[in-house]
Design a protein around this ligand. Structure first.
Ligand SMILES: [Zn+2]
Length: 185
């Protein structure tokens, strides 16, 4: 019944809202909340058997657009290290080396202790030694230039960061909404 693949739920105008389980998407379809769909390769959900012994099946498309409007202008993706490390592709943005998540940390470019905000635009992925070496200084003060400029992911980019089992049709759709500086994690 369950599958680890998720369905991309869009607002009526085509902006991503969130990933939902195929079961949730099926519920939206049954409730007539789905206005259009995208993608060739559906996920087939198998239900119970009816009296005649037939097993019910429902094909759920990989992308469903629903009547609900997506929040685009005031979109504020959760700042979570899982997504931050994926945004920066598990690279320390100071030494440029790749690390496992457990060896990475969230560095505040303009230090928190000096009023720097805990927002996407002020945080980067850093290995623990680089984070300690930088300490309470800006990259300029520490002589540790950033290898990339931190940014807040848009709705398309965040959808790509928030799921690592993305289906081909979903990838094709979401890739159209990413900015030039976005790199797939
Ligand atoms: Zn480093």
């Amino acid at each position: 019944m369950t599958t680890k693949n998720l369905i991309l739920r869009l607002g009526v105008c085509g902006s991503p809202i969130r990933w939902v389980t195929p079961e949730k998407a099926a519920t939206l379809m049954v409730k007539n909340q789905v206005v259009w769909t995208l993608g060739e390769r559906s996920i087939v959900l198998t239900g119970g058997q009816d009296r005649t012994g037939h097993t019910s099946q429902l094909a759920v498309p990989p992308i469903v657009a629903t009547k609900k409007a997506a929040k685009v202008a005031d979109f504020s993706p959760a700042l979570d290290n899982r997504f931050l490390f994926r945004r920066d592709r598990y690279l320390c943005l100071y030494c440029g080396k790749r690390f496992a998540a457990r060896d990475l940390s969230r560095d505040h470019v303009f230090p928190r202790a000096r009023g720097g905000l805990d927002v996407w635009e002020n945080v980067v992925t850093a290995c623990k030694p680089c984070n300690q070496a930088k300490a309470c200084r800006t990259p300029e003060e520490a002589g540790m230039p950033l290898l990339a400029i931190p940014y807040k992911p848009n709705v398309f980019e965040f959808a790509l960061l928030a799921n690592h089992r993305i289906l081909v049709d979903q990838m094709a759709f979401l890739s159209k909404g990413v900015s030039s500086y976005f790199r797939m994690p």
